[in-house]
Design a protein around this ligand. Sequence first.
Ligand code: AMP
Length: 281
Amino acid sequence: MTRQMIIATTLEELRSARLLLDGPVGFVPTMGFLHAGHISLVRRARDECKSVVVSIFVNPTQFGPNEDLSKYPRDLDRDLRLLEEAGADLVWTPTPEVMYPPGFQTWVEVQEMTQPLEGAQRPGHFLGVTTVVAKLFNAVQPTKAYFGQKDAQQAAVIRQMVRDLNFPIEIVVCPIVREPDGLAMSSRNVYLDTEQRKAATVLYRALSAAKDAYEKGERDAEKLRRMMKEVIEREPLAQMQYVSCADYDTLQELDKVTGKILLSMAVFIGKTRLIDNFVLG
Ligand code: AMP
């Protein structure tokens, strides 16, 4: 069977291509510069749905003024090749003007769940994320949407938004895909030089140390946080931004560990900000 992957840029092109797709429709939103983590989401959607839509959009509103928007890596030709191989049916690559036409003034805000962790370090980040994802959902009208556990808080915030705004969409969260040495795959890993790339395993090492302690029975959340912090502090090229041991559902910091928990962190390696997490319990 020959299958032609359709590439849409404008909203009109997306809508007319979407009308031709058989359901259920799976949707994978991305910012491009794709790696095996993104492709795992596309393959999961391929397994579970009749049609697969992928968006590639580096969303300016989720970047802070001092973040890496202008140098965020891009390679559309390579992305399209990878998506064709992975079995995407429709790829939407809107421009900023398509997503934010002149006079744009409507925002979608999830209030509490966006306050801690990434939200505390990146003011306005989740306002950009929820607004763009709501717009992507409205345009694509998927049956299921696929997100990575890599961005744990993002997945939780999107689930909350979908519940609160009655989007008829099932959110599927997929496991983190890692390099052989444990580093979580990320488009931003390309910023790392050879020395930094070695140092970047510190996130996985710190999470693993806390996991080992947890498995040996440690239930003092502060001790787990301290343990992660100590591993990061021993790595000269790493600068910790936060470490967290939080309740998986509420994302609130814990004193005593019970139930399902999220160990997470943001660490600078040079100028590159990396995040990672483990879910335990
Ligand atoms: P991004 O292009 O960084 O916005 O990521 C698009 C989607 O891919 C998000 O749902 C991410 O959580 C997911 N993702 C990114 N990196 C990974 C990874 N290493 N493993 C699994 N999913 C990932």
